[in-house]
Ligand binder design. Structure first.
Ligand SMILES: [Zn+2]
Length: 240
């Protein structure tokens, strides 16, 4: 028997809530009726859910394979000794969803398939945020968007977005980025860290000392030396 499930899930509401900022230039029309305090709490809970979901598709080498994401994988991670409270919460999200929603079966006249309608129960104020976040994340997990939801890996961005195309079949070696610009910026940061990591602090200290001793020799490029000294000192400090 085929049953159509009717669930009030709006993907734009999910992404708008995840990316909402109290100091942003505008608030989406969709989110306007809600108070900032409510939105902040909702966003926090929703991010915990979505981050745990995205994490279950990250491989050990740091690459991301959206096709690896599954509810079974979430349960596996949650019961592991290193499992986080967020993973445990996500693993239990379907149970909480059923406890806080009403299921109604409609049998239409004629040969049409029956429908299963899912709507939220009236919630107590302290469970309302959790109920709404769970409702949005369960809506996400029941749709194909579960393979397309992504978070930009560039630390200074962190925007949530939906991947285009057949994300489920791809492996993203360097992780997911919202734009080429963020991808390039993150690569530059990574390269600088790697380059600094290759320097031996002893060699840097030695080079800095040598430059300090020679700084009064005529014909030396003082600016370049000063810069090198600064880099050397900063690099040594990073390692303390
Ligand atoms: Zn980005």
């Amino acid at each position: 028997m085929h049953v159509n499930v009717v669930l009030n899930f709006d993907p734009s509401e999910l992404v708008d809530t995840l990316n909402w900022s109290s100091s942003g230039p505008h608030v989406s029309v969709r989110l306007q009726p809600f108070q900032s305090k409510y939105l902040a709490a909702l966003q926090q809970r929703l991010r915990e859910y979505v981050d745990a979901w995205i994490k279950c598709g990250v491989r050990q080498d740091g690459s991301e394979a959206p096709g690896d994401r599954s509810h079974d994988r979430v349960i596996q991670l949650a019961v592991d000794p290193s499992g986080t409270p967020e993973e445990l919460m996500l693993a239990n999200s379907f149970g909480f969803f059923c406890d806080t929603h009403i299921l109604k079966i409609n049998f239409p006249l004629g040969s049409k398939d029956p429908t299963l309608e899912v709507s939220p129960q009236e919630a107590k104020p302290h469970t309302h945020v959790h109920q709404k976040a769970t409702s949005l994340v369960v809506g996400l997990l029941l749709s194909d968007l579960r393979y397309r939801i992504a978070k930009c890996r560039y630390e200074k961005c962190g925007q949530y977005f939906f991947l285009k195309g057949k994300a489920r079949e791809k492996v993203y070696a360097h992780g997911l980025f919202c734009s080429t610009r963020c991808n390039r910026a993150a690569s530059a940061v990574k390269l600088t860290k790697q380059r600094r990591g290759r320097f031996n602090p002893m060699v840097i200290a030695w080079a800095a000392e040598l430059l300090r001793q020679q700084k009064n020799k005529p014909g030396d490029g003082e600016t370049a030396k000063r810069k090198l000294l600064q880099i050397g000192r900063a690099s040594c400090r990073e390692r303390v």
